[in-house]
Write a protein that binds this ligand. Structure first.
Ligand code: NAD
Ligand code: IPM
Ligand code: MN
Length: 360
């Protein structure tokens, strides 16, 4: 098979982790007899440096003409990077939000799994980490607060900032359907997370999710308030199968869930629309504090590449090979510094990529 992959190295550790994901993908292609064509796409700070804007029409077109896009991460240190002297709509993050919108990527899948080998890196009590967990966070990605109107005004010398949070029922329905479809292939449990005790948008969310649930009688649905969910994620993560939630809640809860897997460097993600196209990126950011040091954990990006093989190319044997390589490398005791524990062998980003490619 010929795979046309758009490739966004991005900023900070982005080029390092994408380089390792490509190493693994190239090994998969060699082993399974595929060919891969990569098209490099600029986004975020890397695009600002060349074009003065974080996303160009050309980049959107290049992404659209690929079968799928693999991305590192974008952004810089807001205190030191010149990108943050630009107006907000010209900063790196605006480019990421805009490309998600332009490609219609409304469903963000963030699987949080505690590997047995990483139980020691999980910061929770042993009796909780021993039980393990395997959840899929379904985050709505193109609506809500991050896409609402916003403005800052000054009246009588007082500054006021407004951000608006809007959802229509169609936006809620399509992500809910995706969540229930995915739950049907898992343990058939959906926890919809909202703030329906305060927000109108959450009350609509709850109503629409209840309507969708009628078409999935085998799926057990429950609703949970987001503040409680944040607490339950560290109290008893094993209770969750699919967490369905809106954009900002999903952003925050997925970072929290990532840490109980051992490190944010482990959390993959897939951003999907209703076609086989997808954008695959780790859930973490560009980690400017460790960029260029060859210490970033590339596993989240490599697991994102595995999701790409599974969801965009329907290559499940190939995706399994990548997932098994990750399990094997952890079993063999190799760790990047973020997941390091006693008795393990510490390796850098490049070596981790090589060790994984060798296990395909
Ligand atoms: P971050 O996720 O980049 O980093 C948070 C902490 O986690 C840092 O200490 C970092 O070193 C560590 N970390 C992250 N990824 C790691 C990895 N693979 N291996 C080891 N350690 C890792 O979040 P932040 O510091 O809040 O944001 C930095 C920049 O990234 C900002 O400009 C932000 O806007 C951007 N960002 C981008 C994305 C994205 O591209 N999808 C996501 C989140 C943040
Ligand atoms: C993420 C990031 C982005 C988001 C930022 C960088 C715009 O935090 O992918 O989780 O909030 O979606
Ligand atoms: Mn985030």
């Amino acid at each position: 098979m010929e795979l046309h992959i758009g490739c966004i190295p991005g900023d900070g550790i982005g080029p390092e982790i994408v380089g390792e994901a490509r190493k693994v993908l190239d090994r998969v292609a060699e082993k399974f007899g595929h060919t891969i064509q990569y098209t490099e796409i600029l986004l975020g700070g890397a695009s600002i440096d060349v074009h003065g804007v974080p996303l160009t029409e050309e980049a959107i077109e290049a992404a659209k003409s690929s079968d799928a896009v693999l991305m590192g991460s974008i952004g810089g240190d807001a205190n030191t990077s010149p990108w943050y002297k630009l107006p907000p709509q010209k900063r790196p993050e605006a480019g990421l939000l805009a490309i998600r919108k332009a490609l219609g990527l409304f469903a963000n899948l963030r699987p949080a799994v505690l590997y047995d080998e990483l139980a020691g890196a999980c910061p929770l009590k042993e009796e909780i980490s021993k039980a393990g967990f395997d959840m899929m966070i379904m985050r709505e990605l193109t609506g809500g607060l991050y896409f609402g109107e916003r403005k800052t005004t000054v009246e009588n010398g007082v500054r006021t900032a407004v951000d608006t949070l809007t959802y229509n029922e169609n936006e809620i329905r399509r992500i809910a359907i995706k969540a229930f479809d995915i739950a049907m292939k898992r343990r058939k449990k959906v926890t919809s997370v909202d703030k329906a005790n305060v927000l109108d948008s959450s009350r609509l969310w709850r109503d629409v999710v209840n309507e969708v649930a009628k078409d999935y009688p085998q799926v057990e649905l429950s609703h949970m308030l987001v503040d409680n969910c944040a607490m339950q994620l560290v109290k008893d993560p094993a209770q969750f199968d699919v967490i369905l939630t809106e954009n900002m809640f999903g952003d925050i809860l997925s970072d929290e869930a990532s840490m109980v897997t051992g490190s944010i460097g482990m959390l993959a993600s897939a951003s999907l629309n209703d076609t086989s196209f997808g954008l695959y990126e780790p859930s973490h950011g560009s980690a400017p504090d460790i960029a260029g040091k060859d210490i970033a954990n590339p596993i989240a990006t490599i697991l994102s590449a595995s999701m790409m093989l599974r969801y965009s190319f329907d290559l499940s044997a190939e995706a399994d090979a990548v997932d098994n390589a990750v399990k094997q490398v952890l079993k063999d005791g190799y760790r990047t510094s973020d997941i390091m524990s006693e008795g393990c062998k510490k390796v850098g980003c490049r070596e981790m990529g090589t060790l994984l490619a060798e296990r395909i």
